[in-house]
Design a protein around this ligand. Structure first.
Ligand code: GLN
Length: 410
């Protein structure tokens, strides 16, 4: 059998493909020219399995999705106290390019709006750092997060710099208040290069999965971000990531997220998954219309909401193969990640005639994990296997195998 997760992602893409509302970013000429029909989605679990669908090989500039990760780098380089001196953590409730400065301190309200992100870039590495070193810091950190060598799209960068009046005005204003201490032109040039780093949806989902893991890259097992810094970044994404729509987004969808004007969208669920989406047409807030709707679907279908009870995360999956049977064991509170792992194990399944699933030590299933487990059993059944379960709590409820038969008792 094949794991059903990519099929599910493809289904989400195909239902949303007909949505052609919105338009590509008009204020950056290179982005205005992008193919508006591109659409891709990727999910990476905390254990480093990536599932993706659509235009997964397309690279696009990261744009504002760079902001939370650069913020993490700035805190690691300068310490949280120094960063908080220059940039607040209050949602602005305003558009991304609004010059929202706090009364009194003149700090940008948060690091997710351009004013805060420009100030963040100016803090990277050290007080009198070389402008190139700041760009290099973001490029190497983002590459570590993605688990591959990323590069900068120089033509997107040049195109944005040619029309960067608003960001330059913002940087000059920050300098006049002493928030920025370096040359505003240099900082805007560096920030724009940071925004021009090319990523795919899988890169975004991997970067987010690293945050979800508290800063440890799920595939390389490298600690890229300190735990308390990851927590700070996710909290700011939750309250300010979606700009003027942040409250509506957090309550309804509940996936701390950050969008970019090239059409990218990244989402993170602590301890569970990182999600990447991409489609270039933007809504009136500058968020990708289709990627936003895809996240709404994932939240609704999979119960992926920050405040959906996850009952802790003691979940264990294993497989044993003996004579004619293959025994899959599930234990604890089974949610998306564990179910995804189970499906991967089932996809690698041999052709032993009997498939047993031992759920005797399962405390609970989230709805999506239950449906995923059942779908795995159905597919194995379609491959002609005999299915047995040990499910004393009847966690699988009504385990119809799709052909009118039910699992036998293990
Ligand atoms: N580079 C873009 C800018 O500064 C990023 C904005 C965004 O993606 N929302 O305008």
């Amino acid at each position: 059998m094949k794991t059903p997760i990519p099929d599910y992602l493809n289904e989400v893409l195909s239902t949303l493909r007909e949505d052609t509302t919105g338009a590509t970013a008009s204020y950056i000429p290179e982005l205005a020219e992008a193919n508006p029909d591109l659409f891709a989605l990727a999910v990476t679990t905390g254990t480093g399995s990536t599932y993706s669908a659509g235009d997964v090989d397309t690279e696009f500039s990261i744009q504002s999705i760079s902001k939370p990760f650069a913020y993490a780098a700035a805190i690691m380089d300068r310490g949280i106290d120094r960063v908080l001196e220059s940039i607040g953590v209050e949602p602005s409730g305003e558009a991304f390019n609004e010059l929202s400065l706090e009364g009194g301190t003149h700090r940008p309200k948060n690091p997710m709006i351009n004013a805060g992100a420009i100030a963040t870039h100016g803090l990277l590495v050290g007080e009198r750092a070389d402008p190139e070193a700041r760009v290099a810091r973001t490029l190497s950190m983002f590459s570590q997060l993605a688990g591959r060598e990323l590069r900068i799209d120089e033509s997107v960068c040049a195109s944005e710099l040619a029309t960067a009046d608003r960001n330059l005005a913002t940087a000059h204003m920050l300098r006049s208040y002493g928030i920025l201490t370096s040359d505003p032109h240099e900082v805007v040039a560096g920030y724009t290069r940071q925004c021009s780093i090319l990523v795919t949806v899988a890169d975004l989902s991997m970067m987010a999965a690293t945050l979800a893991n508290g800063g440890v890259q799920p595939r390389t097992h490298e600690r890229v971000i300190d735990t308390d810094v990851a927590r700070q970044v996710m909290a700011v994404m939750a309250t300010a990531g979606m700009y003027d729509g942040a409250g509506d987004w957090l309550t309804r969808v509940g996936i701390p997220a950050k969008s970019g004007v090239a059409g990218g969208l990244v989402g993170v669920l602590p301890d569970q998954v990182g999600i990447g989406g991409f489609s270039p047409r933007l809504d009136e807030h500058g968020n990708s219309q289709r990627a936003r709707r895809a996240f709404e679907r994932l939240s609704a279908d999979m119960g992926l909401h920050l405040f959906a009870p996850s009952h802790g995360r003691l979940e264990v999956v294993g497989v044993q193969r003996e004579s004619s049977r293959e025994v899959f064991t599930l234990q604890g509170n089974v949610q998306f990640t564990a179910a995804a792992e189970l499906l991967d194990l089932m996809a690698d399944s041999t052709s032993l005639s009997e498939v047993h699933v031992d759920m005797s030590r399962v405390h609970s299933f989230t709805d999506v994990a239950r449906r995923m487990t059942l779908e795995g059993l159905r597919r194995l059944r379609m491959d002609g296997r005999r299915i047995f379960i040990n499910d004393p709590l009847q966690s699988l409820a009504n385990p119809d195998l799709g052909d009118g038969t039910y699992p036998e008792r293990s």
